[in-house]
Design a binder for this molecule. Structure first.
Ligand SMILES: *[C@@H]1O[C@H](CO)[C@@H](O)[C@H](O)[C@H]1NC(C)=O
Ligand SMILES: *[C@@H]1O[C@H](CO)[C@@H](O)[C@H](O)[C@H]1NC(C)=O
Ligand SMILES: *[C@@H]1O[C@H](CO)[C@@H](O)[C@H](O)[C@H]1NC(C)=O
Ligand SMILES: [Zn+2]
Length: 531
């Protein structure tokens, strides 16, 4: 009871303090009214864009749940010395928003393999499986045959568009892999990862499928070690044994890729200086693998050796957009998820800010009337933003109001994860702990080695041709169908039968023709009446 009274008076004190810290202009109701009027007017002025999408820019934030999205917005603002809550991220400017239900056929809470099969291939499936329908079983090669499903990347290539993948993970990781591979297991990165029985049954590793299934114009990420023969020294880390080649079949897929592209302008690069030297204006193909495995976190990246996700996104778009038929590009902010798995809120949010910057670059390099841009997450994490922090307080800080055990807690916490710290029924005392460092692991309620995913819906944001299709609460596999329809690729080609063009000038010409017919008609009518 005493504790409760203390908590109540603390809250009252807090409210008093909080109102002292409020921004002066926000105390004027006209501030909020005029802002809302502007928002309303832009909603009223919005016209449906029913063009056929020439290009699809698809940004996938791995593990970027809504809490991560909001917290990253605050961080992005605070990095620019704003209070942060009111900051407008690039993602926030998308006019159309919906929710996607992420469960897989077999689990209430899904992984990146099952969800990628849903939003890229249009079919929900089982956990850990890639580019196969739910009749296939995780890790069982025999069930894979005949159950393959293709992705929108292939549909776009078959329609004559250029296609690419950009990721901050290895290019064989679940999200990018699902755009080109079919695998009963997401873990079959190289042939050394495929069990003997599965090989006998005819299954092949994801890296070899990167060269074989779809002719991909731009491949950017990490994952060199799965491409080279066992024990091949890594060019960047020659003394690191774990960075050495993994393949047991002695194939060097990087060399094979280069010889496959002979006669074309094709570049393989593994570092930033060679990457910077690639001229997108005359490049047909680019394979860039900057690390043996996943790339480094943006906050730990060596800018002399590896480009940022903003730079890789830009290079990919500049290469792909030379195709007059347009392009499909998948850009994955892949390490938001990995930071969350490690319970590192700081890293997850900084990765999300970098991802938002890449989205801004994508919008800058493309035109809204012809490019459908979709931003979404595959699944969320048990990450929460809680307490009563003051306006503008560091998103990585602590709630000013303590628990009834008279100990502080952080604004960001996890449901489960490696941050479990209860000892003898007591929470750790964070009073003298700096919770804003890049290595800080936020507290979790249940102890797990790695934070799991979570199962709430994820946001889907869309802009450009047919963006209004991405609205409402939908199954996640709907996304592939809606993107395919908008760009007129894949099985449903109705949109290009009714809408012959994505070119606004031709639309205008069409409209002009209508006007002159109408004018002629009314002239005739007038003449008739006069006579
Ligand atoms: C934010 O403020 C700090 C301290 O005054 C300053 O060093 C930094 O340059 C500022 N950052 C921006 C983005 O304005
Ligand atoms: C980048 O890669 C090229 C090709 O292997 C190599 O010649 C060059 O020295 C590398 N640059 C750096 C900074 O390691
Ligand atoms: C927890 O309690 C036990 C038994 O009272 C004691 O031996 C141990 O040192 C305590 N551990 C911590 C971390 O306080
Ligand atoms: Zn994950």
């Amino acid at each position: 009871m005493e504790v409760r009274k203390a908590a109540l008076s603390a809250l009252l004190l807090l409210v008093a303090l909080g109102s002292c810290g409020a921004k002066v202009e926000e105390e004027n109701p006209e501030f909020w009214r005029s802002q809302a009027r502007k928002t309303l007017q832009s909603a009223l002025d919005r016209k449906l864009n029913t063009n056929v999408a020439k290009n699809i820019l698809f940004f996938l934030g791995d593990g970027m749940g809504i809490t991560t999205y909001t917290a990253a917005r605050i961080l992005k603002g605070q990095l620019q010395n704003q209070t942060g809550e009111e900051t407008v991220m690039t993602m926030d400017t998308f006019p159309h928003v919906g929710l996607a239900k992420t469960y897989s056929v077999d689990f209430q809470i899904a992984d990146s393999a099952a969800t990628a099969t849903a939003y890229l291939c249009g079919v929900k499936t089982n956990l850990n499986t890639i580019g196969v329908n739910a009749a296939a079983r995780n890790g069982i090669c025999k069930t894979q045959k005949g159950n393959e499903v293709t992705s929108i990347l292939k549909w776009a290539k078959d329609a004559g568009k250029s296609v690419g993948i950009v990721t901050s993970t290895r290019v064989q990781h679940a999200t990018p892999a699902t755009s080109y591979a079919h695998s009963a297991s997401r873990k079959w990165y190289s042939d050394a990862d495929v069990p003997a029985g599965a090989k006998k049954d005819g299954c092949t590793d994801i890296s070899s499928q990167l060269l074989k299934n779809v002719d991909i114009d731009v491949i950017i990420g990490g994952g060199r070690k799965y491409m080279t023969p066992q024990y091949t020294k890594d060019p960047e880390y020659p003394t690191d044994f774990s960075a050495r080649g993994k393949r047991k079949d002695k194939r060097n897929l990087i060399e094979e890729w280069k010889s496959m592209k002979r006669g074309k302008v094709a570049h393989y690069v593994w570092n930033k200086s060679d990457f910077d030297a690639v001229n997108p204006e005359n490049t047909d193909y680019l394979m860039a693998l900057f690390e043996p495995g996943d790339l480094r976190f943006e906050e730990e990246r060596d800018p002399k050796m590896d480009p940022s996700i903003v730079e890789t996104t830009e290079k990919a778009i500049r290469i792909l957009q030379k195709n007059p038929k347009g392009f499909f590009l998948l850009v994955e902010g892949g390490r938001i998820d990995q930071a969350h798995h490690a319970g590192r809120g700081y890293m997850a949010l900084h990765e999300t800010v970098a991802f938002d910057n890449a989205i801004a670059k994508g919008l800058e390099l493309t035109k809204e009337h012809e490019t459908l841009t979709v931003v979404m997450a595959d699944h969320s994490h048990p990450f929460t933003l809680n307490g009563f922090p003051f306006r503008g307080q560091s998103i990585l800080g602590k709630s000013p109001l303590w628990g009834i055990d008279m100990l502080p807690y952080t604004t960001l916490m996890y449901g489960n994860g490696p941050g479990y710290k209860i000892r003898n029924g007591t929470r750790p005392d964070l009073r003298n702990v700096n919770t804003k460092t890049k290595d800080y692991v936020q507290v979790s309620a249940a102890p797990t080695e790695s934070t799991t995913h979570s199962g709430e819906d994820v946001a889907v944001l869309a802009r450009g041709p047919m963006a209004h299709l991405f609205q409402g609460v939908n199954e996640q596999n709907y996304i592939a169908h809606a993107m395919g329809y908008a760009a007129c690729v894949g099985a449903d080609l109705r949109h290009c039968q009714t809408q012959p063009t994505h070119d606004p000038d031709r639309n205008r010409a069409g409209a002009a023709a209508h006007v002159s017919v109408a004018l002629l008609f009314s002239l005739l009518l007038t003449l008739t009446l006069l006579m």
